[in-house]
Design a binder for this molecule. Structure first.
Ligand code: BDR
Ligand code: CA
Length: 315
């Protein structure tokens, strides 16, 4: 099994990513979950990770991440995920333990304690991962790869040129990209192709469990707030975009995806802050540092996602 650390800001699609990860424990040995500040504040993200994982009966170490991006002030996405991060869906209340190890220390320990290299899947701003690599460069050689949901070679969803996770902490993303650790970028270029139609989503309800109902309510809440522009693809407002699920799906089924290695650098200032500038024409002459995904077998993706909801429902 593949040793895995999950860094997440749950978050609707983050919860669906966790569903796919924990439904595949025969493949993933999930050693640690760390919480990122992004969609919601750190307190809410950390609480939600506890509440969701408790609900799906997972007992995994959850470590609290950094409160704020490296240099910018945290901008949350409560208009997308709801004031508490899970739309209108509630999970049974949980007590969050105090005085647990902070995320960066927990990641370091987990990575160095592992005999095999550890993979990181990150589906929020890269603050925790960036801080880890800055504070403890000795972990670099022990990381297999980082699969990040974030960025876009073309366009954006937070600004015209910036995807949300990249926008929230562009400095952290830059640190991770320049770290020399292998990294894949599951950006909007691919996640906008990894959609689920409303008809497909309704099939979640056929599973007939309380979990399935909650999963349906989560993903359809997210749909309600899509903001199409004259430049979006025609289906944009009408489908469910499971951005974060793509980052775990890529680890599970790399054969579903197409990607190319490019040199990528962050813009950190001004109107383009948060843009992941992908050197498509190699105009810098720099060596590629990121595997940029750009296509996915959508139907295969949806099938595996549905299977995961079913697996978790059976618990
Ligand atoms: C990303 O932004 C967040 O709102 C989602 O959870 C996802 O990680 C998509 O741009
Ligand atoms: Ca996320």
């Amino acid at each position: 099994r593949r040793p895995l650390i999950i860094d997440t800001d749950p978050g609707i699609d983050d919860a669906m990513m966790l569903t796919v990860a924990f439904a595949n424990k025969d493949i993933f040995d999930i050693r640690l979950v760390t919480t990122a500040s992004g969609n919601i504040s750190q307190s809410k993200a950390n609480y939600n990770a506890h509440a969701f994982l408790n609900y799906i009966k997972e007992d995994v170490t959850i470590a609290r991440g950094l409160e704020q991006p490296m240099f910018r002030k945290l901008e949350v996405a409560e208009e997308i995920h709801g004031a508490f991060g899970f739309g209108k869906v509630e999970f049974p209340k949980v007590e969050v333990p105090e005085n647990v190890r902070p995320a960066v220390a927990a990641m370091r320990e987990t990575i160095l304690a592992s005999e095999e290299k550890v993979t990181i899947v990150a589906t929020g701003p890269l603050t925790n991962v960036g801080a880890l690599l800055l504070a403890h460069p000795e972990v670099k050689d022990h990381i297999e790869t980082i699969s990040w949901m974030g960025g876009a070679a073309q366009g954006g969803n937070k600004t015209a040129v910036a995807e949300f996770n990249a926008f929230v902490d562009p400095h952290a993303a830059q640190i991770v990209m320049q770290s020399g650790v292998p990294m894949s970028m599951c950006g909007l270029d691919v996640t906008h192709k990894a959609f689920v139609t409303q008809t497909e989503a309704k099939k979640i309800l056929d599973i007939g469990t309380e979990f399935a109902q909650k999963a349906y309510d989560l993903v359809t809440y997210y749909l309600d707030v899509a903001k199409p522009t004259p430049f979006s693809e025609p289906h944009y407002a009408d489908v469910l975009r499971f951005h974060d699920v793509s980052a775990i799906m890529y680890l599970l089924h790399p054969e579903f995806f197409k990607g190319t290695d490019y040199y990528v650098e962050m813009s950190t200032e001004g109107i383009t802050a948060g843009a992941t500038v992908v050197d498509l024409y190699n105009s810098t002459g720099n060596k590629p540092n990121v595997h940029v995904l750009h296509d996915v077998d959508r139907e295969a993706f949806v099938k595996v996602f549905m299977g995961a909801v079913r697996t978790i429902s059976d618990r």
